[in-house]
Design a protein around this ligand. Structure first.
Ligand code: SF4
Length: 324
């Protein structure tokens, strides 16, 4: 906390934030399995969010790094990113109960990439090389060429028959730019647009909020591609943005100096409840005298406007969803 009052009078939380449906479903599946009395593990962290992992641990759901850490007969939840097909086979052969939390959109991507392999295309996959979703996809198409930033693109060979596909959370503009670039690399180019619609809507809503406020706070994993992109987009519309991982990173009231209206948005792995906590903290830390006094109520109001079933593509705490 700082001495003296700040300038923030209002917080706006971007619509359609919170977990994407893929992440929410994987978490729900893990909780359901545990509630049914199964010894439940998740293969890798379902989401890189400490609060969520703690919540799962309190229910007895542990994260494991490999299938070797799971006892025969126990349940193992595959997270939304999906896995290589051999991981599924190995889990089954070890007698584990596989609970497939692979997002339906990612399953679609996997099917599309298999089709491209069968059709004989040289495949270019736009994605972050070691990202679990990309690793999973490469299990279906081991020869696919993974490219990320523009400086990688020169390594794309010239082939007669090429196909382009994307990791779900890549920015649409990058996918379009790469598609244009690849026109000169091939005679026949097949483009399969697998950029996830949730990612696109979130970017639109973040832009809408960024245009209305003096400063944006973007909440999400430091290395998360979709979070970084949200920060970048705020800059494109001329709104300064601070990227944080959680409310604990909000320690410097000076960053909010002069800002009256602050917007808050989050990546697809950030629970919407975290955005509420961030909103309240900003008001307590950098609010006007009035805003500091009413920080909780103002944060509640901003949350209620954003977290409506009508405006969501994602998910809400069950109480809110039921109320809608
Ligand atoms: S971002 Fe889209 S594709 Fe990825 S897990 Fe979420 S809903 Fe599924």
């Amino acid at each position: 906390m700082t001495a003296g009052n700040g300038t923030v009078a209002e917080i706006r939380i971007a619509k359609r934030t919170g977990f994407c449906y893929g992440v929410r479903e994987a978490i729900d599946k893990a909780k359901e399995a545990s509630a049914a009395g199964k010894v439940t593990h998740t293969l890798g962290q379902v989401v890189h969010n400490e609060g969520v992992i703690r919540d799962l641990q309190s229910l007895g759901i542990e994260t494991v790094d490999t299938l070797d850490d799971v006892d025969t007969g126990a349940a193992v939840v595959i997270r939304a990113h999906g896995v290589r097909p051999d991981v599924m086979e190995r889990a089954a052969s070890r007698g584990l109960e596989v609970i497939d939390g692979t997002c339906t959109w990612v399953i679609q991507e996997q099917k599309e990439i298999v089709k491209l392999v069968d059709e004989g295309y040289t495949i270019v996959l736009l994605g972050t090389p070691k990202h679990p979703e990309v690793v999973g996809l490469l299990g279906f198409a081991p020869n696919a060429i993974v490219v990320d930033e523009e400086e990688d693109w020169e390594q794309i060979p010239r082939r007669k028959k090429m196909a382009l596909i994307s990791q779900s959370t890549q920015p649409p503009w990058k996918f379009e730019k790469l598609a244009a670039f690849m026109v000169s690399r091939s005679h026949e180019l097949k483009i399969v647009n697998t950029v996830c619609p949730v990612t696109i809507r979130r970017q639109e809503d973040t832009l809408e909020t960024a245009r209305e406020v003096d400063l944006m706070v973007v909440v999400g994993g430091r290395s998360s591609a979709n979070t970084k992109e949200l920060t970048r987009l705020c800059g494109i519309v001329g709104t300064r943005a601070i990227q944080i991982e959680s409310v604990r990173d909000l320690t410097d009231a000076a960053a909010f100096k002069g800002a009256r209206v602050v917007g808050v948005t989050g990546g697809t792995s950030t629970p919407i409840e975290d955005l509420h906590a961030v909103a309240q903290r900003i008001l307590e830390m950098a609010g006007t005298a009035e805003a500091r006094k009413n920080a909780a109520a103002l944060a509640d109001a901003a949350f209620a406007l954003a977290a409506t079933p009508a405006g969501r593509t994602t998910s809400l705490p069950t109480t809110l969803a039921a109320a809608g």
